[in-house]
Design a protein around this ligand. Structure first.
Ligand code: ADP
Ligand code: MG
Length: 701
């Protein structure tokens, strides 16, 4: 068998994983490190020194010359600064050296990362701190050490720190409740995530000719091709050889990095695909998803393709999302969202189910906010992605369970033989028969929830911070209600707790079609949030109830919240600003010259024909000249307005007003330019536009 086929050996070969640690570390050091990883305990410097030596040895053996603290600033991307292992020892000689101190702490200059004013009054210095719970790995000859990133004064400047904090909050809250309701053996609970990642692949040559794709990630102009996705022939369709070769390469690169890429298929839109890994602990899953997005782009380059991760690269066909499959697992290996086989399991399950329903209902605004971005605004609420209204889908069986609890009627399992449940108030049911509802933003899928509103390009950290924290908060409330209940009284107490909670929050449960106008009205009647755009959603970050939540659970301080809010607003406005400038540029220097060129050609032939007294064709050409000239004038006029409005937007001081203005005015200006431009694109001869059309980009890979 050639090397390529030995996947088990290939898998994780570039990861400083448990096996390597066991091989390379002295036993006591290995044990101490495991303890830190499993229980989040503090790591002593002598342990770190030992680990550093082993890590460096392993890295150098595998061809690494450098190391980097790899972190996730609030740009949403990852950041790295490479240092080599070389240390001069005199006589012009060097050794390869790496100390525990270098492993544990780094000091990148933080001044150029977004901080939302956090550092304004402090020093520019920032720290990176090793996260031993996410394994180090080698990429391009560098040892990558996953780290958290904070300011000199300890404020989080990244996406990892709050995530780790939220995981701890949830673990604490869930463990307490579990111990109380019977699972005394549990000492910790982790959250698990499996993110399904959608993406587009287009040819590199096409990409290079589209300024909008290069600068903004999405097309700002372009009429739909005669064929879109209406034939539904791409979804799960046979994968074309060029794409298959890409996917094969991608899988291998991911496997080497210990990323368990599992499922791949074509998606709904032409050129759209999906990749899903096997789920993992949340912070590892988040790191892996960041890496996956990066490797997707890198491998595409090698195949002369470009991987587009924008939420809406092409108008008129589906955009790309990311499904955040989420559950909780005890340190004893029990998935808390698995309904289980016995009524006792069901007690646990129902408590956690109720906690999630309550959390999602109460903090729906935060969940919505956690997926808000300029790119994702093009999806949420459109008929392809979940609506901007956050609701929960439970499926028919669980729904019946909820109903029976609320009404004190006995639940009859429709799938199995009737159970004798007359003696217990906790209904017995088994795994939901997983009916599907693709329109729901937050759906129960048998043994996990699937949060579907995420955009394809965002870090999955944010949504999980909200989810973990909100559920921790509700579990704490539950604990307060149960803490003085005796064991004998536990079942009825849990029953009434669950009943009360569900009755108060079942308005968020919705099993119907989320794409309809009726749902929008119904949701309004129910008092649910419908935060349509990013500027609508962002103020939730600093709403009193949400500040209270985050501060209480020590996820964010008030100033961290304020800073993040500012960064998100600024990011939104900047994104639209760049889009506006790019569109203006494309219209003035590419679209209009192409139209003018064709008008000139038509005019020249009309006048040449007229000179020869040839009349046929002239009427048509004059009509064409009229249509194109009208559009030419209109587009120019609208672009002038766009430029003016953009200047105005840029000058605004209040960042929320500014974001709203970009949304309400600039986006509208851009849409109207596009409408006119796209309406005449079909009159232009092939090849006259200096950039590729939708047809060229979408149907030839
Ligand atoms: P679907 O039915 O939605 O296609 P799959 O069962 O294939 O989904 O799972 C989709 C994703 O959900 C995968 O990444 C999978 O690993 C993940 N997943 C499965 N179980 C869990 C769990 N307990 N926690 C988190 N993610 C999970
Ligand atoms: Mg799925």
């Amino acid at each position: 068998m050639d090397k390529e086929q030995r996947i088990p050996e290939l898998y994780g070969s570039l990861v400083f994983n448990d096996k390597v640690m066991r091989d390379k570390l002295p036993k006591d050091i290995y044990k101490a490190l495991r303890k830190t990883i499993e229980n989040n305990t503090h790591l002593e410097l002598d342990v770190a020194n030992s680990v550093a030596v082993a890590m460096k040895e392993w890295a150098v053996e595998n061809g690494a010359t450098h190391y980097t603290h790899w972190f996730q600033p609030m740009t949403g991307f990852t950041a790295e600064k490479h240092d080599s292992f070389i240390t001069p020892v005199g006589n012009g000689e060097i050794i390869m050296d790496f100390s525990g101190k270098e492993l544990v702490k780094g000091e990148p200059d933080a001044s150029s990362f977004p901080s939302g004013g956090l550092r304004a009054t402090f020093e520019a210095r920032g720290y990176t701190a090793w996260d031993p719970t996410s394994p180090a790995f080698i990429k391009d000859g560098t040892l990558y050490i996953p780290t958290a990133f904070c300011s000199y004064t300890g404020e989080a400047l990244d996406k990892k720190t709050p995530l780790l904090r939220s995981m701890e909050a949830l673990s604490k809250a869930a463990t307490r409740v579990l111990n109380k309701i019977g699972a005394k053996e549990v000492t910790g609970v982790s959250t698990t995530v499996g993110p399904e990642q959608e993406y587009f692949l287009i040819d590199k040559e096409d990409y290079k000719r589209r300024r909008d794709l290069i600068f903004t990630g999405r097309t700002l102009l372009g009429a739909m091709a005669p064929k879109g996705q209406e034939m539904e022939d791409h979804y799960f369709g046979a994968i074309k050889p060029r794409v298959a070769a890409y996917m094969h390469d991608l899988d291998k690169e991911l496997w080497k990095l210990g990323i368990p890429a599992k499922t791949k298929h074509n998606e709904v839109a032409p050129c759209q695909h999906e990749l899903a890994p096997v789920f993992d602990t949340t912070n590892v899953a988040v790191d892996h998803n960041q890496l996956t997005m990066e490797i997707m782009k890198k491998v595409a380059e090698k195949h002369d393709l470009v991987c587009l991760l924008h939420e809406k690269p092409f108008a008129g066909i589906n955009g790309s999302g990311k499904h955040n499959n989420w559950s909780m697992i005890t340190n004893t290996g029990v998935n808390l969202l698995d309904p289980g086989k016995t009524p006792a399991d069901n007690i646990q399950f129902l408590v956690f189910l109720a906690a999630i329903v309550e959390a999602v209902d109460e903090y729906a605004d935060l969940l919505r906010l956690s997926v808000a971005s300029a790119g994702n605004d093009h999806r949420l609420g459109a008929n392809e992605a979940p609506p901007a209204i956050i609701s929960i889908f439970l499926g028919s069986e669980l729904d019946a369970v909820v109903e029976s609890i609320e009404n004190d009627t006995f639940f009859e399992n429709i799938n199995t033989t009737k159970m004798n449940i007359g003696t217990t108030v906790i209904p017995h049911f088994t795994k939901d028969n997983t009916d599907r509802n693709r329109t729901s933003p937050f759906a129960f899928t048998g043994n996990k929830f699937e949060f579907r509103s995420l955009g394809s390009s965002i870090s999955v950290s944010g949504p999980n911070v909200v989810l973990n924290t909100a559920v921790a908060e509700v579990l704490d409330r539950f604990y307060e209600k149960l803490k003085d209940v005796s064991e004998d009284e536990m079942e009825p107490a849990v029953h009434s707790l669950v009943k009360e909670s569900l009755a108060a929050h079942d308005r968020v449960i919705f099993n119907g079609n989320g794409y309809t106008e009726e749902w929008v009205k119904e949701a309004e009647r129910r008092g649910l949030y419908n935060l349509r755009s990013t500027p609508d959603a962002l103020p939730a970050f600093i709403a009193d109830k949400n500040k209270e939540l985050f501060v209480k659970h020590k996820i964010f301080t008030e100033s961290e919240l304020e800073s993040r809010y500012e960064i998100l607003l600024e990011n939104y406005s900047k994104t639209l600003h760049i889009e506006s400038l790019t569109l203006k540029d494309m219209v003035l220097s590419q679209f209009m010259p192409a139209v003018r060129e064709y008008i000139d050609k038509l005019t020249a032939s009309v006048s040449a024909r007229s000179a020869l007294n040839i009349n046929f064709g002239n009427k048509t050409d004059l009509k064409l000249i009229r249509i194109l000239s009208d559009a030419y004038d209109k587009v120019f006029e609208l672009t002038g307005k766009l430029a003016e409005d953009t200047d105005k937007a840029e000058g605004m001081d209040d960042s929320l007003m500014q974001a709203k203005y970009y949304h309400d005015d600039i986006l509208e200006d851009m849409n109207s330019i596009r409408e006119v431009a796209d309406s005449v694109e079909g009159y232009l001869p092939d090849g006259i536009l200096p950039y590729p059309t939708y047809e060229e980009m979408l149907f030839y890979v």
